[in-house]
Ligand binder design. Structure first.
Ligand code: GLU
Length: 419
């Protein structure tokens, strides 16, 4: 049915109004970036079902610059694990500009993987026999986040390579403090190539949505990085992603995000969608003026701030009573069980009082999903009930049984009874 796409309508409305926003300046310290059209403005949103929405100029490729940083951090975390990456780089908002000499005075370790010093060290961590192989892995990974192969803007790469003395200096300093692996010159060349990877706003929104979706690209279905890696990267983006305006961003927008000097911006509404904006003029912190304004409005309008109470879900417990003779307690639940829902089920069970040795019936017929925390909670409660001599019957636990090791998992039949 046509004409009911209110998401696109909201994006189009934002685009129309914010295009008029002037202010900010296009970055020019990399000469090639200064050629960007200040009126270029596109925004795109991709849901976890892979539904795509867009407004403005979304098909023009631009170099991602710092917006590559969270995705390369994800690659390093997936390849090496959090402990090893953590030995090289911290996860603290440094409160400093993107190109600051931001190294811990004692350890020499860069604090923030979302600005240049930390990001150069992370890039150098990506495994590879030589710089070409390392970069090939980075490019491949960025492409899997985007759902299509990406390439490098050679002119922007050369332009930065010819002028990037400050980043070279940072790499040498880190080599001196022991924070950087390998040859500083090679590390920086790989990092420059990474920054010059180009993609469109439409691609970037898919990349953001992949992080929102626990590392699974919602368009291609590919698991690009494991879920704990996506969660870790979102946490780093939330605290460190917006240069030295990260605190204000969290206050006003409340979403994990990352911006870059070419005017790109990704923001992630975890378990909801990814959004991307491109508009080259930057504010004094280096964040794109229209991108910041767009995300402030989107967050407000759609109630996306992370610290908001999520909308109350449907009730979990649909029935809780004890038979008149006091011998049997029945609790029925519905929907997806997480910590909150499992707490409701267990509280309801606790309110019922079957006599000593009485039966407990737990009806999970209408439960649609259960996460690891809820599974562990239910398992533990069922074990305790059985230890206290109750006969416990769980119905409808086929879904839960699939790979569960605990009492729920051990239920041998659809209605598993244990004593
Ligand atoms: N290639 C840029 C630099 O290192 C990226 C900076 C950024 O986007 O923050 O200077």
């Amino acid at each position: 049915m046509e004409g009911i796409d209110v998401v696109s309508e909201a994006l189009a409305d934002l685009h129309r109004r914010l295009l008029a926003l002037d202010g900010g300046a296009v970055a020019d310290y990399i000469p090639q970036l200064a050629l960007a059209d200040p009126d270029c403005f596109g925004l795109a949103l991709v849901s976890l079902d892979g539904h795509r929405y867009r407004a403005g100029r979304c098909d023009e490729a631009f170099t991602l610059q710092s917006v590559t940083k969270p995705f390369v951090l994800a690659l390093a975390l997936a390849e090496l694990g959090a402990e090893e990456v953590g030995r090289t780089v911290g996860a603290e908002p440094s409160g400093e500009a993107f190109n600051a000499i931001s190294l811990d005075p004692v350890t020499g370790r860069p604090a923030n993987p979302m600005i240049n010093a930390g990001a150069i060290a992370v890039t150098a961590l990506v495994p590879g026999g030589d710089p070409a192989e390392r970069f090939a892995r980075i490019l491949d990974c960025l492409g899997r986040f985007a759902g299509r192969p990406l390439d490098v803007d050679e002119e922007v790469y050369r332009s930065e390579a010819e002028t990037g003395d400050r980043n070279r200096a940072l790499a040498h300093l880190m080599r001196g403090t022991g924070a950087l692996r390998g040859d500083p010159a090679e590390a920086v060349e790989t990092y420059f190539r990474q920054c010059a990877v180009r993609a469109t706003v439409a691609d970037l929104a898919v990349m953001a949505a992949t992080l929102a979706n626990g590392g699974v690209n919602p368009v291609t279905g590919e698991a690009v990085v494991p879920e704990p890696v996506a969660v870790a990267v979102l946490a780093v983006m939330a605290t460190c992603g917006m240069y030295d305006a990260a605190g204000e961003w969290m206050l006003r927008v409340g979403l994990p995000a990352k911006s870059g000097v070419s005017g790109g911006l990704v923001a992630v509404s975890p378990a909801r969608f990814g959004v991307a904006v491109h508009s080259p003029p930057l504010d004094s912190f280096g964040n794109p003026v229209r991108g910041v304004a767009a995300l402030r409005e989107l967050s407000e309008r759609f109630g996306l701030h992370l610290m908001r109470n999520p909308a109350p879900g449907a009730p979990t417990v649909t029935r809780a009573d004890t038979a008149e003779d006091g011998g049997t307690a029945l609790v029925a639940a519905q929907g997806a069980l997480d910590f909150t829902a499992a707490e409701r089920v267990l509280f309801a069970l606790g309110q019922q009082a079957p006599g000593p040795g009485g039966r407990v019936l737990l009806d999970l017929e209408r439960v649609t999903a259960i996460d690891a925390a809820a599974r562990a909670m239910l398992d533990r409660a069922l074990t305790l009930l059985a230890e206290r001599g109750h006969r416990v019957t769980v119905t409808g636990d086929a879904l839960l049984r699939a790979d569960a090791p605990g009492p729920l998992g051990r239920a041998g039949s659809r209605a598993g009874t244990r004593r």
